[in-house]
Design a protein around this ligand. Structure first.
Ligand code: G
Ligand code: G
Ligand code: NA
Ligand code: MN
Length: 255
């Protein structure tokens, strides 16, 4: 059956399960945040990663509904952590173009988090540059502005992979830049990648934006980033995305 129908039925059956990947302070390895990544429980029991149903998210309705179920579950998990006195600061949720096309995203997030009793400063919305492409020029920047007005943090995801990354930084102020893992994966092997990463860190510092380096898999990559002044990182070196019970243990022990 088609991918859209598979995701649709998973949405209806409650088979979309958030996994969580820590974001750490590179100096100390303490966990300062966590990113929620959607997983789909297949009828045969296997867990499909978001990459596998990625193309279905290009359907605005699917994207919208996926975000709804992710936000609700993430809000509930954060409430659980807060109730158990488990230190959790910021939790990232990925949103896409469809979320900006339907309704008012900041009101939607506010409503879901208010219902769960979770303050909005715990939320980071991760958007990649594709949301800024295509027609409707001022609509997305305006929506980003109203998210930030409510105290929701906004991260520019997969930074450096788009056609106009630097332009976007000028037009759409965000709180956090996430350096794409394709750059991080080349650190130590590829001088141009190292130069680009250093330059991104320098720009972010001067613009007062926080930077998270994604896809850190080796100590050497982490050490390069740390020496270049990158404070925050994420990747398999620290942890893979894990189910909520394991995320709870990580937060309890390392936050
Ligand atoms: O975790 P994984 O490698 O499968 O993620 C693949 C892609 O899917 C990444 O680009 C990631 O941002 C995206 N993704 C993961 N979870 C979600 C989600 O809940 N919503 C949206 N819109 N994208 C997600
Ligand atoms: O688009 P976004 O940056 O949200 O997607 C992050 C994706 O990268 C997720 O699918 C996640 O599972 C994956 N990921 C997280 N850490 C690593 C890593 O260290 N190496 C690789 N190759 N992928 C990672
Ligand atoms: Na992301
Ligand atoms: Mn990313």
């Amino acid at each position: 059956i088609g991918l859209i129908r598979q995701v649709d039925s998973a949405l209806n059956d409650g088979r979309i399960i958030p996994h969580y990947q820590p974001i750490v302070r590179l100096e100390t390895s303490e966990i300062v945040g966590i990113e929620a990544l959607a997983r789909l429980a297949m009828p045969d029991g296997r867990l499909a990663s978001a990459g596998e149903f990625h193309t279905a998210m290009e359907d605005p309705r699917i994207a919208y509904e996926l975000t709804g179920t992710m936000l609700e579950q993430v809000a509930r998990d954060i409430r659980g952590w807060l109730d158990a006195d488990i230190p959790v600061q910021h939790v990232g949720v990925n949103v896409t173009t469809g979320d900006f096309q339907r309704g008012n995203l900041s009101e939607r997030v506010s409503r879901i988090f208010a219902k769960a009793g979770v303050p909005l400063h715990h939320v980071i919305l991760e958007v990649n540059e594709s949301v800024f492409m295509g027609g409707n020029d001022r609509a997305v920047p305006h929506a980003v502005e109203s998210l930030r007005d409510k105290g929701i943090l906004v991260a520019l995801d997969d930074f450096g992979t788009g056609f106009a990354s630097l332009t976007h930084l000028l037009s759409f102020p965000v709180d956090i830049i996430k350096i794409d893992k394709s750059f991080v994966g080349r650190l130590g092997e590829d001088r141009p990648a190292e130069v680009v990463v250093s330059a991104i860190l320098d720009i972010a510092r001067k613009l007062d934006m926080r930077v998270v380096a994604e896809g850190i898999e080796s100590m050497a990559q982490a050490e390069f980033l740390r020496q270049e002044g990158c404070k925050l990182g994420q990747g398999y070196l620290f942890s893979r995305p894990v189910p909520v019970a394991d995320a709870t243990k990580l937060l309890r022990n390392f936050a």
